[in-house]
Design a protein around this ligand. Structure first.
Ligand SMILES: Cc1ncc(COP(=O)(O)O)c(C=O)c1O
Length: 452
């Protein structure tokens, strides 16, 4: 399959001013006076229009998008089916609150979630506004179903910024610093992180699993553990891909001990990794799965989907919220999901993977500061270190490359507990030539940053 641009926006990078340009800078000055400085901005180029693989800023620059608004616009910005769904639904009605007077779109999204998520058991879903809210509700379901309190999360994990999800999130700065106290009964197990596993990548799967089991047994107690929450590929923590076999061992352990396995697929879900969900890659069937981001092409929508007996264990009206499953967001999701099916975006993600990996592997052979190239589908990353086998994280180089990419009109993102991971999350609507050109810019930025 080759990419089929579906946007009226010219799919060419074009720089007519410095990035950010003068109009963006004006807006940024207004931002400083009106918006809390606690809300950070990665690249202050203010966007006016976007589509395909391009963001157009207020100065008329056409920027190549390698971020998808943090893995959200998987189907592309303003994808036609999303726009049509939103327009029709907004004209029909914008809100009733599903808990007051329901509507078909909510039910239809839950039917899609039952069909697409891993496993062919009977499922139920509930819809929310954000990923963090979905994670909070997944924990509520797990606690009600099991009658237990404890939740086990992993080092480098990221699950959101609300109070419970801050507690589940591993990294202190900027997500948690100064915002405590955090919710109790959260425990953290070592993550199977092959590059940084003390015993080496080959022993990572077995040893990390052993460490997890020991931790649950000695510090929490299996019968006190309501849920284990896992990102099958970690997102904000550094695109950490656990070694094959580890996830299914954790899943089996949960089943054995009546612990609810929650797969947080908020970043990995909906074709991003080349499968509908990252769990599919290893045939792992979680009990509950949280989704958001890519589900609705940019509209705020999130879901918890899971085994019917778990989801239905909650008392009536125990789950919900004023806006959860808003009809316009649901219509957007139905358009996004239809687009993913019709355009086979899982296959497109695999094509994106091969374009990126062939270039990134070559770059790794050239620069020993690239300690790892990893990821799946259109969720890929390089981890930068001191080089020559020294794994000291190189956040300074990561930041320098990122800045040079931005100046050249390539919207890139970094991540990782140590701030030393460069991640690639292009929309699956990006034509190949933009992916290649973005990689040219990245390579050039890399050459310049390492030369200085
Ligand atoms: C794996 C994962 N879980 C949860 C969240 C939180 O989602 P939101 O920002 O929509 O609350 C994110 C966001 O990046 C995420 O990547």
């Amino acid at each position: 399959m080759t990419s089929t641009p579906t946007s009226p926006i010219d799919q060419q990078r074009k720089l007519v001013t410095a990035v950010p340009g003068p109009r963006s800078q004006e807006l940024h000055a207004r931002k400083a006076a009106a918006v809390s400085s606690g809300v950070g901005v990665g690249l202050p180029a203010y966007v006016e229009r976007a589509g395909g693989g391009i963001l157009v800023d207020v100065d008329g620059n056409h920027l190549i998008d390698f971020g998808s608004g943090i893995a959200v616009t998987t189907v592309g910005n303003s994808a036609p089916a999303v726009v049509a769904g939103v327009q029709e639904q907004a004209a029909d009605f914008t809100h009733t609150c599903f808990m007051v007077t329901p509507y078909e779109e909510y039910v239809a999204v839950c039917e899609q979630l039952a069909d697409l998520t891993p496993g062919d058991h009977e499922k139920r879903s509930a819809l929310f506004n954000s990923g963090a809210e979905a994670v909070e509700n997944a924990v509520k379901v797990a606690r009600t179903f099991t009658g237990r309190d404890a939740v086990v999360a992993f080092e480098h994990g990221y699950h959101g910024r609300t109070n419970l999800t801050m507690g589940l999130t591993a990294k202190s700065m900027p997500y948690k610093h100064g915002f405590g106290p955090f919710a109790p009964e959260i425990y953290r197990a070592p993550m199977a992180y092959p590059l940084r596993w003390p015993g080496g990548a080959d022993r990572c799967a077995d040893e990390a699993f052993r460490a997890f089991v020991d931790m649950v047994h000695t510090q929490v107690g299996e019968t006190n553990t309501a849920a284990v929450i896992i990102e099958p590929i970690q997102g904000e923590g550094g695109f950490v891909v656990p070694p094959p076999g580890w996830l299914s061992k954790v899943a089996d352990f949960c089943t054995e001990h009546g612990i609810v396995l929650i797969a947080d697929e908020i970043q990995t879900g909906f074709c991003r990794t080349g499968d509908w969900f990252a769990c599919d890659h290893e045939g792992v069937v979680p009990d509950l799965i949280t989704t958001a981001k890519g589900i609705a092409g940019g509209l705020p929508l999130a879901g918890v989907t899971g085994r019917a007996e778990m989801m239905d264990s909650v008392h009536a009206s125990g789950l919900g919220g004023t806006y959860g499953g808003n009809p316009v967001a649901c219509a957007a999701a139905l358009g996004a999901i239809r687009t993913m099916r019709e355009q086979d975006l899982c296959a497109r993600a695999k094509e994106v993977e091969s374009i990126f990996l062939s270039r990134l592997d070559q770059l790794r052979a050239k620069y020993d500061v690239i300690a790892d190239v990893r990821g799946r589908g259109a969720m890929l990353a390089v981890e930068l270190t001191a080089g020559a086998g020294d794994l000291t994280p190189n956040a300074a180089l990561t930041g320098a490359v990122n800045k040079l990419c931005h100046e050249q009109g390539l919207v890139t993102l970094t991540c990782g507990t140590f701030g030393n991971v460069f991640r690639f999350l292009p929309p699956l609507s990006s034509p190949d030539h933009l992916l290649e050109e973005g990689l040219d810019i990245f390579e050039d930025a890399f050459a310049r940053a390492t030369a200085s």
